[in-house]
Design a protein around this ligand. Structure first.
Ligand SMILES: NC(=O)c1ccc[n+]([C@@H]2O[C@H](COP(=O)([O-])OP(=O)(O)OC[C@H]3O[C@@H](n4cnc5c(N)ncnc54)[C@H](O)[C@@H]3O)[C@@H](O)[C@H]2O)c1
Ligand SMILES: O=c1ccn([C@@H]2O[C@H](COP(=O)(O)OP(=O)(O)O[C@H]3O[C@H](CO)[C@@H](O)[C@H](O)[C@H]3O)[C@@H](O)[C@H]2O)c(=O)[nH]1
Length: 481
């Protein structure tokens, strides 16, 4: 029986391995992590991450051919194939490349551990998103101390998106496998292909050299984020001219060369992946002396910062240029719907912007805990190009924040509402009831374009939707970005 071990039991390691176990009953899969609470949660009824469809997959395989464990060394030692799916955040502290380069500390320590504990030949699969040429460094670590054991290293980047991870894994656009172009490398690629071939059609399994696989992952994220920044840049122009960004993006999407996906204007893209992977790309360009190329990709992140600032400024300027001591309801804190993940969520920047102007915030998100919100709002944000108001806020400011478990509670007596995540349940709220319980004039700032603007205006709200023709009230109060 082939044995797989995956180091890192989080958003990628957990769902990916659960799907491999489900689709390949003849393979034994162990997912290991150094975090005891995380592994305990995987072995309980309350999984550590919220992902639609994940519970059912885990329930079918756990204890049969899917195991979660903190005994990292044992499972690595026994495995034929070791996936490494640890965190590769942006290097935030001082040192070479700080603020842009990927921090490979976790990857390196995983590689050293694999080299130390292995007693048989292994295929090591790079699942984490890493800079181009990381495999080369990992190869050196593994082979330096290999005691005659042979390691083949493959790059197999993951393209799942949170909130749709299970459907993305069941039906991937492609599976990408990069390997050494040697007989041993080809054999390792084939072994991994055989795993995916249990459910992925052969024409969707692409094989490349190692560097193409690593770079393709960064390229895809850069292209996706670039689409969002492009449509968000258009949204500012729409507001200035009276065009409607939904109409514009629909017209753009009808061009078959462009297509319809990833063209929704929003308060900004979140999650560390887009920002960290583009910063990573920028750093690689700079290291290769390609300064203009680096500047080009940096602009995608700058527009994202601009969009978040623009939104917070719009709220303040619309409400008579101050939100001091006003209650603002924040509906949604996660970076997108159907996940509890808040990493780099635009809500952090918008909330910090409003708190900087001394607003009182009442926050509701169906999947994010109070502790997480407090942690996010007090955490120091690393400074790559951030305005001052996004720096850490003081404990007194945090007292201006309450978290509640109901949208009606959050909006009670509020002066304004900011919708920051597109949760489906926000579309069906009783806005008449909400309006009746709010201070007047009552404002709605829709950062996800999910509300029916006409209906809300009829109720009496002053409504701001990203990239839409402005309410007469707002026209006279231009937002300064
Ligand atoms: N989250 C996504 O949607 C997504 C999608 C595609 C790719 N990726 C990439 O996949 C990688 C993992 O992402 P994630 O969101 O699952 O990461 P994460 O940061 O949520 O979790 C990483 C896990 O690895 C564990 N870990 C770190 N070092 C370890 C070690 N030496 N031994 C055992 N466990 C260790 C940590 O305890 C943690 O549970 C990243 O490189 C990310 O860029 C993420
Ligand atoms: O038209 C759009 C689409 C998305 N977003 C925002 O963009 C962010 C990212 O969304 P999404 O890409 O759906 O989620 P992620 O889980 O971050 O997935 C991205 O990042 C992963 C990590 O690398 C990749 O594996 C995925 O392919 C890639 O889509 C979220 O804040 C969304 O709200 C928009 O504002 N407008």
């Amino acid at each position: 029986m082939v044995k797989i071990c995956c180091i890192g039991a989080s958003y990628v390691g957990g769902p990916t391995m659960a799907v491999i176990a489900l689709k390949c009953p003849s393979i034994e899969v162990a997912v290991v992590d150094i975090s005891v609470p995380r592994i305990n949660a995987w072995n309980s009824y309350q999984l550590p991450i919220y992902e639609p469809g994940l519970d059912a997959v885990v329930k079918q395989c756990r204890g049969k051919n899917l195991f979660f464990s903190t005994d990292v060394e044992k499972h690595v030692r026994e495995a034929d194939i070791v996936f490494v799916s640890v965190n590769t955040p942006t290097k935030t502290t001082r040192g070479l490349g700080a603020g842009k380069a990927a921090d490979l500390t976790y990857w390196e320590s995983a590689a050293r551990m694999i080299a130390d504990v292995s007693k048989s030949d292994k295929i090591v699969v790079e699942k984490s998103t890493v800079p181009v040429k990381t495999t080369e460094a990992i190869e050196k670590i593994l082979t330096h101390n290999s005691k005659g054991i042979k390691f083949q290293i493959l790059s197999n980047p993951e393209f799942l998106a949170e909130g749709t991870a299970i459907q993305d894994l069941f039906n991937p656009d492609r599976v990408l496998i990069g390997g050494r172009e040697t007989p041993e490398g080809n054999k390792a690629v084939q072994a991994l292909k055989d795993v995916y071939a249990h459910w992925v059609p052969e024409d969707r399994i692409l094989t490349t050299n190692l560097w193409s696989a690593e770079l393709s992952k960064l390229a895809v994220n850069a292209f996706l984020a670039q689409r969002i920044s492009s449509v968000n840049a258009m949204s500012a122009l729409c507001e200035a001219t009276g065009a409607d960004v939904t109409q514009v993006s629909y017209a753009v999407s009808k061009d078959t060369r462009i297509g319809p996906k990833f063209l929704n204007a929003s308060v900004g893209f979140g999650r560390s992946c887009f920002q960290k992977d583009i910063l990573n790309l920028v750093y690689i360009c700079e290291c290769n002396g390609l300064l203009e190329v680096a500047e080009y990709w940096k602009q995608v992140i700058k527009i994202n910062e601009y969009q978040k600032n623009r939104f917070a400024n719009r709220v303040v300027s619309s409400m008579f240029n101050t939100v001091s001591n006003k209650k603002i309801a924040i509906l949604g804190f996660a970076f997108k719907k159907d996940t509890g993940d808040t990493r780099e969520t635009p809500a952090i920047d918008v909330c910090k912007g409003l708190l900087g102007d001394k607003a009182r915030l009442s926050i509701f998100d169906p999947q994010v805990t109070v502790d997480q919100i407090q942690r996010d709002l007090t955490m120091k944000k690393f400074d790559w190009d951030h305005p001052l108001h996004l720096q850490p806020i003081s404990p007194t400011t945090v007292k201006q924040v309450t978290c509640v478990w109901d949208a009606y509670e959050a909006t009670k007596d509020a002066h304004g509402i900011c919708i920051l995540t597109e949760w489906d349940e926000f579309k069906n709220l009783d806005f008449k009831r909400i309006y009746d319980n709010m201070q007047k004039p009552a404002f709605v700032f829709d950062g996800r374009n999910i509300v029916n603007v006409d209906q809300l205006r009829e109720i009496g709200f002053i409504v701001y939707s990203i990239g839409k023709p402005l309410d007469a009230w707002l026209k006279d109060m231009p937002a300064v970005a």
